[in-house]
Design a protein around this ligand. Sequence first.
Ligand code: IPD
Ligand code: CA
Length: 282
Amino acid sequence: MDDVWQNAMDHAVAVARKAGQMVREALHSTQMDAVMVKSSSVDLVTQTDQKVEKLIIQSVKEKFPTHCFIGEESVAAGEACVLTDNPTWIIDPIDGTTNFVHTYPFVAVAIGFSVNKQIEFGVVYSCLQDQMFTARRGRGAFCNGEPLQVSPQRDIHKAIIAVEFGSNREAQTVDKIFSSLKRIVSIPVHGVRGAGSAAINMCLVASGCVEAYYEIGIHVWDMAASSLIVSEAGGVLMDVEGGPLDLMSRRVLAANNQSIAERLVKEIDSFSPLRDDAPLAQ
Ligand code: IPD
Ligand code: CA
């Protein structure tokens, strides 16, 4: 089969590298008082997030003028978040903005590319580690050109699970997050970790460093690119209740295999945030 989207993927890798350079240059010059907030006081955004997204969208538009976009900061500015069958670039300019603000060293540029609502390629550039994670549908997943493979571990007791606390601090949500966490820690598992970037957590699953990652409350731009990196590394993706992954549902469970994933489904106290493609409030 012809790899019709290879040009687009090459462009995504090149622009992610350029974006990563911008992020690195801005890392130590971003002042805490220049940090803005979005959905809550702990949902942060900086001018660098906005500048990086503009850079990526402008450079893609020059090469692929008919393509569509879903970008985190464009959506924050009021653009619709709708995934159609058209070729669509799904962009998180900085995944791990809180890390970026605190110079905590896990920050990624994530670019997913979807056609007919199927991810064709994913690029996640962990820019402070200079790790370029890539996957092309049906062609495997790589980090800096080296093939990735999920962990072979089948015993949940010997697993590390990546989790995040997200940016919703409403009491009911926090209770649910902690009740799941308590049940998972008590299985017991070897450990629980969290990089502070959904995309990097999923690349850690793809790399075999952690067995699974789940989160309720993330967004399509946090997981589009990395979902393909996980599946192309041999992992599985599903909803936190065990059905198929729905990129717009704001819920994800990524694991090295079906049995680890299904075991976690039993322990996750699920809930349903407002979907990413919910109609905008008037
Ligand atoms: C966030 C990070 C974080 C996850 C949040 C995401 P952002 O993305 O991926 O790890 O817990 O749900 O929104 O805001 O840094 O792009
Ligand atoms: Ca972001």
